[in-house]
Ligand binder design. Structure first.
Ligand code: GLG
Length: 826
């Protein structure tokens, strides 16, 4: 067990911690101290990186007293803790957020100026920790921010990947992935705790022994182990004195293991063993919405949940805690299926290690977990082959079998004679190979199952888990996603924040429903003028950045139309591309006169999973079209396309506040929620979108007249598919679409190379699994409504203001209240 090494009566041993004075002088002194004592350098000798690290460590000092105090308070209070289990946290840069939380932005800026340093240069020095792929990882980061701001006892558990999501560059218009070595210049926000290392086993076999009284006892004997070393990160609430903890695990080789080999004389083999163990937390899988059936991925999953459960049960709870009462102290929220192996792990701990009877352990386990599903794509529901799971985690497989047996008995009792149903509901799938359905396991064991937007939760009940929702209707609930207003409004959009605070006071930062008070100002011409000024300045800031960052020159006046998200067929970047090509074609062919055109700048941001070939072809095509369009003098100032590489949280914070139009154009029924959609609306962009995910709720709240809806609804999609969808037919019968596709297919954008565009064109014409062609006409019609609306700046601004005023619901604080009410407190 881990505990304080000694006890002392020294009055300072349990605080108070001396905090630096929150003044410019205090800040300068602390900063110089950090440069001297932390970096071992003088200001006059220091590099930019020295200065950044010293600045970060200075800010850290201001958080430390609150962090220690929060920890001590949590230990005493014996409240229920939320253990958020997530394989991804897409945190974004920490410096700005932590300065905001401590209310030290101005002090720090002035202090740096006194040292002759421009703080903006130091901010730009920070490499964001890209420990997530997209929405799911960013959601986890928003949630822990809100939980700290709401003072909810929380531990975020995850993996400290040495390499996060790859860095994207383009070579000859094609995506090239580079490793993201975010740790290479030092990571000032983390605190390693080698003394809290946890041993994790893999492989081996199980042994069952029978005691004198006839009871059987099973034990897992792993044949290899790794150590999990935790790194702690501060998660500050917004100016409330609360700092929660994010605990990310890093894998290390066990010394015993290497030493044995080393002693046997094989040095290189010993080092290889170390590399092998440390591979586990080496790299984030760059897959979004599709499981990689990789052994290493299962290792990662088990590694971090085993560390986390052990950490909570053995190192966080008091030594004498009665584990029968575990559900009073923790609820583990499973962020998608990635951590679901925690369920048999808890059973194993309770039964094999703590001597619980099976039923007792099951009773406890069922109350300790809740499961959030983030997808509707069947291929994204994780399954693990029994062969792999049994080889890596033999005891867990036995436990899963037993859970399943007892569950299926329950099904047979509820539905006598319905063996088809039993087979459908089994946690073990038989085809195409025997495998474990992790979403089913989570549903069987979890106290609650939730989707991430109303439509998604409905489809989850009706389409993905219908048998389960019939058996346990009360288990299913919805919590619509949300985003943190601290990072995505207050920090990202300082100008809008000032305008909001001047107009309605500053309460909105922690009570986003207050944005409603803005509504009357939509009719106030001078407020609208101010609102437009904010947008304009945000655009200028963005274009300055893109000029330096990507060498892009963009016209200041055009409508800024933005589509940023992972590259996925279902999200339909190709549909956006077809729109661009059709606008271009209309202009160059003279069908539309320049003065009839509403000038547009379209910005894309998207990474494709390295193994997702079609997605990479789409990136190539977007870049090719951008190259030709931007170079064509006939459309200069009327149409531009930009695709800055390496879209990430940092770039999102610059792009979103500048956008006029938000593209949320997935095929209905495919996007579980979306969270970018919320960020855009909150920053005063209007949405063009399908009736999908949280778009449905955005439209309901902001009003039909302030949202550009298009496309088939989910039931229409189903009907269309059932009737037999043939994209080539749509192509043949839609002249505008035909012209557009023909122009792409002709090689016009690829220097005459038709081969280069064939993968995308052929897919659209012959497969089009996500029905981009079916929605093309509706999309173009909606885009012409957008053009007309944008031509009236007063009406547009009014709509934009109403989007802000009516989007308070999408705060992740509200999501957290919903989880507390519907899931964690029940
Ligand atoms: C998912 C979905 C998104 C969702 C996000 C957070 O694709 O629609 O908004 O999680 O719930 N796999 C994802 O990123």
């Amino acid at each position: 067990r881990i505990g304080p090494a000694f006890r002392t009566s020294h009055p300072l041993a349990s605080g108070p911690v001396v905090q630096p004075a929150p003044t410019v002088d205090g800040f300068v002194e602390t900063f110089l101290g950090e440069l001297n004592y932390g970096q071992g350098t003088l200001l006059s000798q220091s590099t930019l990186n020295d200065q950044y690290l010293a600045l970060a460590r200075t800010v850290r000092r201001y958080l430390m007293a609150d962090w220690l105090e929060t920890g001590a308070r949590r230990r005493h209070a014996q409240q229920k803790t939320v253990g958020y289990l997530s394989a991804e946290y897409l945190l974004g840069r920490q410096l700005g957020n932590n300065l905001l939380a401590t209310n030290l932005q101005d002090v720090a800026e002035e202090a740096m100026r006194r040292c002759g340093i421009d703080i903006a240069t130091l901010r730009a020095q920070e490499v964001e920790p890209g420990l997530g792929n997209g929405g799911l990882g960013r959601l986890a980061a928003c949630f822990v921010d809100s939980l700290a701001t709401m003072d909810v006892p929380t531990i975020g558990y995850g993996i400290r990947y040495e390499y996060g999501i790859f860095r994207q560059t383009f070579e000859d218009d094609r995506q090239v992935e580079l490793p993201d070595s975010w740790l290479s210049l030092g990571s000032p926000w983390e605190f390693p705790h080698p003394e809290r290392q946890v041993l994790v086993g893999f492989g081996g076999s199980t042994e069952t022994s029978t005691a004198a009284d006839g009871t059987q006892h099973t034990r897992w004997v792993p044949d290899w182990t790794v150590l999990g070393m935790p790194y702690h990160y501060m998660v500050p609430g917004f100016r409330n004195g609360v700092v929660n903890t994010l605990r990310l695990w890093s894998a290390r080789a066990t010394h015993a293991f290497d030493l044995q080999i080393f002693n046997a004389g094989d040095y290189t083999q010993a080092v290889r063993a170390q590399t092998f163990a440390e591979n586990i937390s080496k790299v984030l899988y760059p897959e979004d919405s599709t499981p990689q059936g990789k052994e290493l991925r299962l290792q990662q999953q088990y590694f971090f949940v085993a560390c986390s459960l052990h950490d909570f049960i053995d190192n966080t709870l008091p030594a004498d805690f009665d584990l029968h009462r575990l559900p009073e102290r923790i609820v583990f929220q499973l962020n998608d299926t990635h951590p679901v192996i925690a369920i048999p792990e808890l059973m194993r701990i309770l039964v094999d290690r703590k001597g619980f009877a099976w039923d007792e352990a099951w009773e406890v386990t069922q109350r300790c977990f809740a499961y959030t599903c983030h997808t509707l794509l069947p291929e994204a529901l994780e399954v693990w082959s029994v062969e792999l799971l049994g080889r890596l985690l033999p005891r867990h497989l036995e436990i899963i079998y037993r859970i399943n047996e007892e569950f299926l008995e329950q099904v047979r009792e509820a539905f006598p004679g319905d063996e088809m149903r039993v087979r459908r509901m089994s946690v073990i799938a038989e085809h195409p190979e025997r495998s474990v359905r992790m979403a089913y396991l989570a549903t069987v064991a979890g106290a609650k199952v939730n989707g991430v937007a109303e439509l998604h939760s409905q489809l989850l009940r009706d389409k993905v888990l219908p048998d389960f929702s019939q058996l346990w209707p009360e288990k299913f609930t919805n919590v619509t996603n949300g985003v943190t207003p601290r990072r995505f409004v207050r920090l990202a959009n300082r100008r809008l924040s000032e305008l909001l605070t001047d107009t309605i006071g500053e309460g909105w930062v922690t009570d986003l429903d207050r944005l409603r008070e803005l509504e009357p100002y939509a009719d106030d011409a001078s407020f609208r003028e101010e609102f437009r000024r904010v947008k304009r300045e945000n655009k200028e800031r963005l274009y300055r950045l893109l000029a330096v960052r990507d060498g892009l020159r963009l016209p200041q006046e055009a409508m800024l139309d933005v589509m940023v998200k992972r590259l996925h067929e279902y999200k339909r970047q190709t549909l956006k591309l077809l729109h661009i090509v059709s606008l271009y074609d209309d202009l160059v062919s003279g069908r539309v006169a320049p003065e009839e055109m509403t000038p547009r700048t379209v910005v894309f941001g998207a990474k494709a999973a390295p193994g997702y070939h079609l997605a990479k072809e789409i990136i190539f095509l977007v870049n090719s079209v951008a190259g030709v369009v931007n170079a064509d003098p006939r459309v200069q100032g009327l149409l531009s396309v930009a695709f800055p590489a390496n879209y990430n949280v940092t770039l999102a914070e610059k792009l979103i506040p500048a956008a006029d139009l938000s593209e949320q154009i997935s095929l209905a029924g495919k996007e579980a929620s979306g969270t970018g959609n919320m960020k855009f609306a909150l920053n005063g962009a209007l949405t063009i979108g399908t009736d999908d995910g949280a778009n449905v709720e955005i439209r309901r709240l902001v009003g039909d007249e302030n949202f550009f809806l298009f496309g088939m609804t989910e039931p229409e999609v189903e009907r269309r598919r059932a009737a037999g969808y043939t994209p080539a037919e749509v192509y043949e019968t839609t002249p505008a679409l035909r012209r557009t596709i023909d122009l792409v297919a002709s090689g016009h954008f690829t220097g005459g190379d038709r081969q280069a565009v064939a993968p995308v064109v052929d897919n659209l014409l012959h497969e089009d699994a996500f029905m981009a062609l079916a929605d093309f006409s509706s999309y173009l019609e909606a885009q012409s409504r957008v053009d007309a609306a944008y031509a009236d700046p007063e009406a547009w601004t009014r709509s934009a203001i109403l989007n802000v005023a009516r989007s308070g619901f999408f705060s992740s604080d509200r999501s957290m209240r919903d989880y507390l009410e519907r899931i964690w407190h029940s």
